[in-house]
Design a binder for this molecule. Structure first.
Ligand SMILES: Nc1ncnc2c1ncn2[C@@H]1O[C@H](COP(=O)(O)OP(=O)(O)OP(=O)(O)O)[C@@H](O)[C@H]1O
Length: 350
């Protein structure tokens, strides 16, 4: 139970196409995360799955059944919003029990379900409190509790942690991961937070401008991005994309006579990508590229170093935090050749 499938789904608001033919499957028990820049259509896609928006084309299937025309209630999914959407005048117990009461479930059964959900979510001590007397994280757990008791076929989360501060976010993220393990339910989750996407997802869907750019596991997206968009969207700090260059069958040639040996390739690379952690600083004598430090951010464990390379431009390097680096300092760079990413003139991975 709990497969969610989208087949060529489109959505327009008036003349504006916001979702442009999205097909994807959330398998039973899978944790699927939608990411993409602001306005790319993540929330709209989630609301289409929930039935809160009507599709303009295509179809949505839950457990193989076409639900495209069904109202939200009959789709059997529960949605958790960023704003919690709790009833302020009801207690935690009342909030969690509400949907069950309106569904006409027997009191004893409701009590059993509410207490079981409260136990799972560590809300038992707060059952008699009103939402205003809870922390943000506790309120979000109540919202999740309300979703759990309905025993839905799947959960839909729209940026559920974005109102929480950093520490609580980390804690609640771990709780959601544990909840997913415990319930084994299908979950579809919208976020703009890289860490949430990478840590929670079985499968990440990268969206841009209403279209799917790539679907894959966090490791697949990080290690083998299909195009330059995904390459720069997944990973923080983002992948360096070197300027376009000509390839002579053995090396990439940049301005100022600078070249990078990459050996023979199947295809003609135009753009080389390299992640900040795959560039090392070294003494100038051993360097493949000479550079100058333009700016350094000390992060504690590591330094986020910006360097300028003649013929290539600015590159971002992750270096050990114990290194003492000054602006204008000359440094040598070595690229880990086994970790380079190559893209053709259209930005498609080679
Ligand atoms: N009801 C609506 N009427 C008109 N346009 C809408 C409506 N809802 C959303 N849009 C537009 O659709 C596009 C996608 O919006 P959506 O909220 O799905 O993006 P998002 O990826 O979730 O963005 P964010 O990360 O900023 O929340 C935006 O350009 C938005 O302005």
């Amino acid at each position: 139970m709990g497969t969610i499938e989208l087949k060529n789904v489109t959505k327009s608001f008036g003349p504006v196409a916001v979702i442009k033919g999205v097909s994807l499957t959330a398998e039973e028990g899978e944790f699927v995360v939608f990411v993409g820049p602001s306005g790319c259509g993540k929330s709209t896609l989630l609301r289409l799955i929930a039935g809160l928006e009507e599709t303009s084309g295509g179809s949505i299937h839950i457990d193989g059944k076409d639900v495209t025309e069904l109202d939200p209630y009959h789709r059997g999914l529960s949605m958790v919003f960023q704003s919690y959407a709790l009833y302020p005048h009801m207690t935690v117990y009342g909030n969690i029990a509400f949907a069950l009461k309106t569904a006409g479930i027997a009191k004893l059964e409701i009590d059993r379900k509410v207490r079981a959900a409260a136990e799972t979510l560590k809300l038992t001590p707060y059952l008699d409190r009103k939402p205003k007397d809870l922390s943000g994280g506790q309120r979000q757990r109540v919202a999740i509790g309300r979703a759990i008791v309905r025993q839905p076929k799947g959960f839909l989360f729209d940026e559920p942690l974005s109102n929480l501060d950093a520490a609580l976010r980390t804690q609640t993220r771990i709780e959601i991961a544990n909840l997913h393990k415990e319930l084994g339910a299908t979950m579809v989750y919208v976020t703009h937070d890289q860490i949430e996407a990478m840590t929670l997802a079985d499968k990440i869907v990268v969206l841009n401008d209403g279209e799917v750019m790539q679907i894959g596991s966090p490791k697949e997206l990080y290690n083998a991005p299909k195009n330059t968009f995904v390459a720069q969207f997944i990973g923080s700090p983002k992948m360096n994309l070197l300027p376009r260059a000509s390839y002579d069958g053995a090396a990439m040639h940049y301005g100022d006579g600078v070249k990078i040996d990459i050996g023979p390739m199947d295809g003609t690379p135009s753009i080389v990508g390299v992640r900040p952690e795959d560039i090392s600083l070294c003494p100038l004598g051993e360097a493949e590229l000479s550079a100058t430090v333009t700016h350094n951010e000390f992060h504690g464990a590591d330094n986020n170093v910006f360097v300028s390379v003649p013929g290539i431009g600015s590159l971002n390097v992750r270096a050990n935090g114990k290194l003492d680096l000054q602006s204008d300092q000359p440094v040598g760079l070595v690229l880990d050749k086994s970790q380079l990413h190559y893209f053709d003139e259209n930005g498609v991975r080679i």
